[in-house]
Write a protein that binds this ligand. Structure first.
Ligand code: GTR
Length: 326
């Protein structure tokens, strides 16, 4: 009797599941490097709920978290090819591909998170998003990523002199290699998923990231010094494959754009809470957090990075417009 009940309920569950699954005419496959529960993953899941609602259940989103579909650089290529429909990535790995994205990846370009919001929420943000079009991608929305700071396992960095010779992993973008170079460190671009073991085995001394990534990746377990120099405020971006986008009707394309934009405020709420929780966890684990740092010498050292990367009139113009935003 008991086994019949179990069988019946399993059957009912499978019917219910099939019902839900078949209701979605299109399921957009979305990639994220972060684990389930991370604010970017939750934001795209939320975007999917909004989209499902506004399309009467026809379009669904399935988020493949924890780099199940691969590391960011590879998943970007797959998204351009239409193998992956949507992708939530940092803007950094786009730098070598889409010129315009460089401006948001320049060290200390944003004075604060508010400044970054005012830029990405305005016309400059839209301009940079529209640049994705020429690369088989559709830029949908920006998400928060706090500010990135250096961590390492050798010593506390209290000034630029302490960086000397340290090996840091950076995201795969030339700007970040030059950024580390400019303060006397050695940069190694590598995928996010390789950082933990590379620090552990001494291939590198450390890396740089925001509180939630530093914590959720476990990097704080192997790199015990975190210096809040806050050299980058690089936004995250939610993009869609142009070929997947073009398969949708104009009305559904508008619904996708709308759901993505609407998920931004939710993401910002989740982000703030997650930053606090991660900071508490990292501090409780005994990581030495260096907060009393004079950022001005770091800011001044970045001049060569700007000189090398902001060369065209178009980029110079974008940079001065960003700086003029309040
Ligand atoms: C995180 C970001 C990821 C990834 C990672 C990295 O802050 O959310 O998309 O870019 O940094 O350093 O590779």
């Amino acid at each position: 009797m008991k086994s019949l009940r179990v069988m019946l309920s399993a059957f009912a569950a499978s019917v219910a599941f099939a019902g839900v699954a078949s209701a979605c005419e299109v399921t957009l496959k979305s990639s994220d490097t972060h684990p389930d529960g991370y604010p970017t993953v939750a934001a795209v899941q939320y975007m999917g709920e909004l989209l499902k609602e506004s399309t009467g259940g026809r379009i669904c989103v399935e988020v493949f978290h924890s780099a199940q579909l691969g590391e960011e650089k590879d998943t970007i290529e797959q998204t351009q090819l239409g193998v992956i429909d949507m992708n939530r990535v940092s803007l950094g790995p786009f730098n070598n591909l889409i010129e315009e994205t460089k401006v948001f990846s320049l060290p200390y370009i944003f004075r604060s998170t508010d400044h970054m919001h005012n830029v990405v929420d305005g016309e400059i943000g839209e301009e940079v998003l529209s640049a994705f079009q020429d690369h088989n991608l559709v830029g949908l929305a920006y998400y928060d990523s706090g500010s990135r700071s250096f961590y390492n396992k050798q010593r506390p960095i209290k000034s630029i002199a302490d960086v000397d010779g340290l090996k840091f992993r950076v995201m795969q973008s030339d700007i970040f290699v030059d950024m580390v170079d400019a303060i006397g460190g050695n940069a190694t671009p590598m995928p996010y998923g390789e950082v933990y073991s590379s620090i552990q085995t001494g291939v590198i001394d450390g890396a740089e990231n925001n509180w939630p990534s530093f914590e959720s990746s476990g990097h704080f377990e192997v790199a015990g010094y975190y210096t809040l120099d806050q050299h980058l405020i690089v936004p995250e971006v939610l993009v869609m494959s142009k070929s997947s986008f073009e398969k949708l009707s104009a009305e559904d394309q508008a619904a996708v754009r709308d759901a993505a934009k609407k998920s931004v405020s939710k993401m910002r709420e989740l982000w703030e809470a997650s930053e606090k929780a991660s900071e508490e966890k990292v501090r409780a684990a005994g990581v030495e957090v260096i907060t009393d740092i004079d950022k001005q010498p770091f800011i001044d050292s970045m001049k060569p990075v700007y000189e090398k990367h902001v060369t065209s009139d178009a980029l110079k113009n974008l940079v001065s417009r960003i700086q003029a935003v309040k």
